[in-house]
Design a protein around this ligand. Structure first.
Ligand code: ADP
Ligand code: MG
Length: 559
């Protein structure tokens, strides 16, 4: 029988697994169980669409079995199984998930990161195995197959005997060494706790033979150890549980298990809605910006389940772009399972859920802002830019949803403030919300244009991100107070007297200004006298709606 080689990518990952010094080797069990559960999902789905199959809940399970004498651990499932071709394609080639794709060589050599942060899949078995054997029979085939590999030397596939459809993965554990003990993966207690830790929400029973003490006779005086099959996982998905039964740690564990991010969620919302449309959802706001967040590669979306069965991994229609950072799941019994993606887009129920979710996220953020300012600022530093994009997206149609979630740096507070805080501090005679733009707060502070406004005792919002001013322009006003750039011609605070003087000086120096204007003819439109300057001899002012900073951005934009 010919031994086949793994594909290059797979080989690298395998080597990493074989040489792994990763301390959490236990995650191999999570990976194999999740594959088993996926396989049963596929079977379930097949039964729904194929009238010749009936899905009896009790026929579908995952079984973990340890054999201490053989030093083998078996993970068996009654899922869809694999054909010979599928074996070849699925276990000979690294999963397309592409966990390796964006990692650089150094990180891969180290391996720590990658194993901790990603679902590394089937090959993680080689962290603990000398030999992995897979017996599998596809629900579409009468022939079973055996796949075997020691990792390094490639793999073999041959026909085999297996009665029912499904898959058995047999791990021959490595010999113990001075530093490493693999026997722990044969211990009942250890196995049970790993299953609980990672796989508690798997929707199918994960069974194990467990030793229990039973009375030997009626009098219950003497006991003996007997093996009894038990279901270890609690199965009910976390989102179906009662909020009151759950701790923050449970949500964090779910977030990690789902690979929503490498961080911990900053906050979450757990919804159980029983109205015109029924659904459960858990939504997370991450703490950190995902590495690809502000790129085209980033895909927004929530996991969408129909009554506990996954129908879409990333349903984009559930989230507006400005909340694209939200992670989580939605499960609704009102959605049909066989719905196509195209139909889903127009689904009324889905639209209602999406709207509802949008409002829930908004109010969750408002609550965070009110009750935990520090956390909110962490959030805003990670995703505030996206909210500002949101303000000007779609011709500003979302600005009312977003205006109270924005923060800007304040000259007065020397920290981020909300627009409502700004307005509440405005002296009665102040007509405008003033802002100044520049590359950094430091530089903005030194702008000659800010002087007069600051002297008046008015607060200025310092905008240092290119998107800021676009958002402000879209908002136009807040609480009926229009925004005004300190660089604009008329600040609304010049006295009549000053304006008179300006006119006089303009008149007196007409020739001088003409001369300067001619010298700078390609750089400025006009040269004028100003009463606004205090300690600076000259400043640049923008004429019209587009500021100097905005012009810079506009010039950088591709046509
Ligand atoms: P992923 O689960 O992310 O696709 P894995 O490396 O865990 O990646 O598994 C690779 C593929 O092997 C799976 O996508 C699936 O097609 C197949 N597979 C693995 N385990 C099983 C199983 N127990 N039953 C059926 N197919 C399986
Ligand atoms: Mg997997």
């Amino acid at each position: 029988m010919a031994t086949k080689q793994f594909q290059a990518e797979s080989k690298r990952l395998l080597e990493m697994m074989i040489n792994s010094i990763y301390s959490q080797k236990e995650i191999f069990l999570r990976e194999l169980i999740s594959n088993a559960s996926d396989a049963i999902d596929k079977m379930y789905y097949k039964a729904l669409t194929d009238d010749s199959i009936t899905f009896n809940q009790e026929d579908y399970y995952i079984k973990v079995h340890a054999d201490k004498d053989d030093r083998t651990l078996t993970i068996e499932d009654t899922g869809i199984g694999m054909t010979e071709e599928e074996l070849e394609n699925n276990l000979g080639v690294i999963a397309k998930s592409g966990s390796l794709a964006f990692k650089n060589e150094n990180e891969i050599k180290d391996g720590h990161d990658i194993i901790g942060q990603f679902g590394v899949g089937f090959y993680s078995a080689f962290m603990v195995a000398d030999i992995v054997t897979v017996y599998t029979k596809s629900a579409d085939s009468t022939q079973a197959y055996k796949w075997q590999s020691n990792g390094a030397d490639g793999y073999t596939i041959e026909p085999a005997e297996k009665a029912a459809a499904g898959t058995e993965v047999i791990i021959k554990l490595r010999e113990n060494t001075e530093d490493e003990n693999y026997d722990e993966f044969l211990e009942e207690h250890r196995l049970k706790s790993i299953v609980k830790k990672y796989s508690d929400y798997i929707r199918y029973p994960i069974k194990m033979d467990v030793t229990v003490q039973k009375p030997k006779d009626e009098e219950e005086k003497e006991f003996e150890d007997v093996q009894e099959e038990q279901t270890i996982n609690s199965m009910v998905p976390i989102w179906r549980k009662n909020k009151s039964e759950l701790e923050t740690e449970d949500y964090e564990a779910f977030y990690a298990e789902k690979h929503y991010g490498f961080d911990k969620p900053l906050t979450h919302v757990h919804l159980s809605v029983d109205g015109a449309v029924r659904y459960q959802a858990i939504l997370f706001i991450p703490e950190n910006t995902p590495f690809d967040y502000y790129t085209r590669e980033y895909e927004k979306g929530l996991e969408l389940y129909s009554n506990g069965v996954l129908i879409m991994e990333k349903c984009a229609d559930l989230l507006p772009d400005y909340f694209s950072f939200v992670k989580g799941i939605v499960d609704s019994e009102d959605l049909s399972l066989n719905i196509s993606r195209e139909m889903l887009q127009h689904d009324r129920q889905l639209k209602m859920i999406a709207k509802n979710i949008k409002n829930k996220i908004k109010s969750q953020l408002k609550t965070l802002l009110k009750e935990d300012r520090e956390k909110y600022e962490t959030f805003f530093k990670a995703f505030g830019r996206q909210l500002k994009f949101g303000v000007q997206m779609d011709f500003g149609s979302h600005k009312d949803d977003l205006k109270d979630l924005l923060l800007f740096y304040s000259s007065k507070e020397k920290k981020l403030v909300t627009l409502s805080e700004y307005v509440s501090r405005m002296p009665e005679e102040q007509q405008y919300i003033y802002y100044a733009t520049g590359e950094s707060y430091d530089r903005i502070e030194k702008l000659p244009q800010t002087e007069m406004v600051l002297d008046k005792g008015y607060e200025i919002l310092y905008l240092n991100e290119d998107i800021d001013e676009f958002a402000i322009k879209t908002l136009m006003s807040y609480d009926d107070k229009p925004f005004k750039s300190v660089a604009s011609g008329d600040l609304g605070i010049e006295s009549d007297e000053d304006q008179e003087k300006e006119k006089e000086e303009q008149q007196d120096n007409k020739e001088l200004f003409e001369e300067i204007k001619n010298l700078l003819s390609d750089k400025v439109k006009d040269v004028r006298a100003s009463k606004r300057l205090k300690t600076h001899p000259v400043c640049l002012a923008a004429d019209g709606e587009v500021s100097i900073e905005m012009e810079k951005v506009l010039q950088q934009m591709p046509d």
